[in-house]
Write a protein that binds this ligand. Sequence first.
Ligand SMILES: NC(=O)c1ccc[n+]([C@@H]2O[C@H](COP(=O)([O-])OP(=O)(O)OC[C@H]3O[C@@H](n4cnc5c(N)ncnc54)[C@H](O)[C@@H]3O)[C@@H](O)[C@H]2O)c1
Length: 258
Amino acid sequence: MRRQLPFFFIMKKEKIAFITGAAKGIGKSTAAFLASKGCKVYITDIDLPVLEKTTKEFKKEGFNVVASLLDVCDAEAVEKQIQKIILQEGNLHYCVNNAGIQGPIAPLTQISIEDWERTLKVNLSSVFYCLQSQIKALIGLGGGNIVNVASMAGLNGAALGGPYVASKHGVIGLTKTAAIEVGAYNIRVNAVCPGFINTEMIDNVPKKILDYTTNIRVPMKRIGEPEEVAKTIYWLLSSESSYVNGHTMVIDGGMYSG
Ligand SMILES: NC(=O)c1ccc[n+]([C@@H]2O[C@H](COP(=O)([O-])OP(=O)(O)OC[C@H]3O[C@@H](n4cnc5c(N)ncnc54)[C@H](O)[C@@H]3O)[C@@H](O)[C@H]2O)c1
């Protein structure tokens, strides 16, 4: 059961959501979908101009969003952001740890230490920082739901994507561990594993790999849209999935099935 809150907080019925990397792509679609479902969404990103543009679009739609600049590699800033939400809202229901980068596309022998460390920091350490702050806050509030955005690359190896693959395997490991540690506090932690999704992140994927994936690997013969990931994330956050915990949900048009 969630803890009894002061009267002025009880008046607020909307769900409070927090999303990283929400300026574009999957994060943006997820923020839009959550807002369309009546959530107040704290959208954060490291890219201020794009975040401002997205915020304008959202306001035009009538979405209830609050935008903040946030680099997920800055553990202190992450903690401050979560505390700010709790202070302003007295509540936090949904957290989506989505920010990520593709990292270098090269064989292991040609990847620099800097590129390795940067990819692991943005994609994996950031999720650890977010989980630490969120779990502490949600335990204090009596519960909540977290979804980490991993990848199909968190389930399989992929040539030329060593740091990305390692980071996303790590996100799945952290998700499962967190789910076990905090299930008893009414907190569920799940991960999504998208296949190829139509965002700027796949702009650098060579066309022949995309064509091969679409025509041969994916039974549905197309890549996914960010809105399709957003809807799945929402389902995992919502009470519709009330007994789903520590799960890694594949969203890939059937690619992983064969
Ligand atoms: N697009 C795909 O095919 C695909 C597939 C599987 C998983 N994913 C994962 O989905 C997530 C979102 O990716 P996307 O496809 O929407 O990519 P995208 O590049 O469109 O969006 C990523 C967002 O993260 C932000 N970001 C990057 N570094 C950040 C940092 N240090 N702090 C805060 N924000 C930061 C970017 O500014 C951007 O707005 C990522 O974790 C990615 O690994 C994407």
